[in-house]
Design a protein around this ligand. Structure first.
Ligand code: GLN
Length: 213
């Protein structure tokens, strides 16, 4: 018996940062994987409940988490991640997912964090805006071909918990991690012109939506 298949919905946290770039990279990934799905901006708790996966874009983590907290979305995001909803945080998004963050220069930033990802973050670990750069990364789960990492005021991961897998390093600094349904990258896959990371994430969301159907 065939019941009507619900199409996949990927959310992008829509407060600040490179929202549109993540929307386009996700649409491209859906198209390349030939998956019937749509991408929606997420701001309010009820939006968070509707998606099969959520992307937290790069930008400014303090601004994004303050706005998400005002809308009371942070606890709902936290709850859904602990229920298994896939989430991918790029740069500021990874900072928001971490359990603790400090700034390389100013120390503890006392910002609101979602906290499901068992890592400690050093913000601005590679310097400020003028020290933004690109670097080829080797990311085994995406295949042999190097992935272009775009680093903009990028953080690095300074401590990882026992369930956290390191998926990319640059000059001995950890720049991408995975903990079950959570991916965090210090760089911006949405700006690399390479949709492999978004495709990987979409596949995780497909698996989750099948399980929760
Ligand atoms: N440095 C920013 C922060 O701490 C992150 C930069 C980015 O997302 N490109 O929020």
């Amino acid at each position: 018996m065939s019941s009507k298949k619900k199409s996949l919905t990927i959310g992008v946290l829509g407060f600040q940062g490179d929202i549109e770039e993540n929307v386009s990279a996700t649409k491209q990934a859906l198209q390349e994987l030939q998956i019937d799905g749509n991408v929606q901006l997420v701001r309010y708790p009820e939006d968070v409940e509707k998606v099969d996966g959520l992307i937290l874009p790069g930008g400014e983590s303090t601004v994004q988490s303050t706005l998400a907290a005002i809308q009371r979305s942070l606890p709902v995001i936290k709850k859904r991640i602990s229920e298994g909803m896939p989430v991918m945080g790029t740069c500021a998004g990874m900072i928001m997912l971490s359990k603790r963050a400090y700034d390389r220069v100013v120390g503890d930033t006392k910002q609101k964090l979602i906290g499901n990802l068992d890592i400690v973050i050093e913000r601005n670990a590679f310097g400020r805006q003028s020290e933004s750069f690109e670097a080829d990364l080797s990311i085994g789960m995406l295949g042999k071909e190097a992935f272009k990492g775009v680093f903009i005021r990028a953080p690095a991961v300074s401590e990882v918990g026992k369930d956290v897998e390191v998926i990319a390093k640059l000059n001995n600094k950890v720049v991408a991690v995975r903990q079950k349904n959570i991916i965090g990258t210090a760089f911006h896959p949405e700006l690399s012109g390479d949709s492999r990371m978004h495709r990987q994430f979409v596949k995780m969301a497909v698996d989750f939506s099948r399980k929760s159907a």
